[in-house]
Design a protein around this ligand. Structure first.
Ligand code: FPP
Length: 237
């Protein structure tokens, strides 16, 4: 029995099947250290890797990360370039470690605005990882409204004249993931910022003042513990 107690939650079943993160606060984290914003993103990418691994260890079936929004292109070019560089480096690392991670990567959002080399890497990673079970959704050039319009257009193209909620869900970028259980936002702001608008319908919201680069494995555990105490009624009593 002692041995059973030590089993990671993955084997006992995690109540959170799908968790999403709004990774906010990189810029402020860097500023507090007298460093440029890019420095914060670098440490933000490290936090992303730790959190992603922890979600997988906990047996969470899908974890979605808001990496770059449709609006983030408006940031100063220097900052956009630094995020693209981090992304490029991460995709290389990801390709090297696909077997080790055993995670299915899905990129949410249109890949069109990315340079061809980045697009190719994303497509290769999606293709090569598609048989893995645990999902990591990386929202890149993603906007919730944009996704809803994208889904509506996909359904129109299929020639549907009447659609159901299930049809709509299956036309979204997140169609491969279970229902969203929880959205975690770091950085202290209390808003959704155009993230997973459709999927958020019954998601539990969890806000923390912690800045994203400071968000660690134990913070994921705390969010999951917090979820366990939520009474989910889905509109019922
Ligand atoms: C929000 O913080 C963060 C972003 C818009 C970028 C997220 C990017 C990363 C976590 C790093 C890249 C990750 C990978 C995997 C390549 P902010 O800049 O809005 O911070 P602020 O609110 O303090 O200004």
């Amino acid at each position: 029995m002692a041995d059973q107690k030590q089993k990671p939650q993955a084997e006992t079943g995690c109540p959170v099947k799908h968790i999403a993160f709004i990774m906010d606060g990189n810029g402020r984290w860097a500023k507090k250290r007298g460093m440029p914003r890019e420095y914060g993103h670098k440490f933000g990418a490290e936090a992303f890797k730790k959190v992603m691994r922890r979600c997988s260890e906990l047996g969470i079936e899908a974890a979605t990360f808001y990496v770059f929004s449709t609006e983030n292109w408006k940031r100063p070019q220097k900052e956009v370039d630094s995020i693209m560089k981090l992304l490029d480096e991460y995709l290389d690392e990801c390709q090297r470690e696909l077997e080790k991670n055993d995670v299915r990567f899905i990129f949410l959002g249109s890949k069109d605005p990315f340079p061809p080399s980045l697009r190719r890497k994303m497509e290769q990673i999606e293709e090569r990882s598609r048989h893995s079970k645990k999902i990591v959704n990386m929202a890149l050039n993603y906007g919730g409204r944009d996704e809803i319009v994208y889904a509506a257009n996909r359904l129109l193209k299929c020639g549907k004249s009447k659609i159901t909620e299930a049809d709509f869900s299956s036309a979204l970028y997140t169609s491969e993931s279970p229902e969203l259980d929880m959205i975690v936002r770091t950085g202290g702001d209390l808003r959704i910022s155009n993230f997973l608008l459709w999927q958020a319908a019954y998601a539990e919201l969890y806000f923390t003042d912690k800045l994203w680069p400071d968000f660690k494995e134990k913070d994921v555990d705390e969010a999951v513990e917090n979820f366990k105490n939520r009474k989910r009624r889905f509109g019922g009593v």
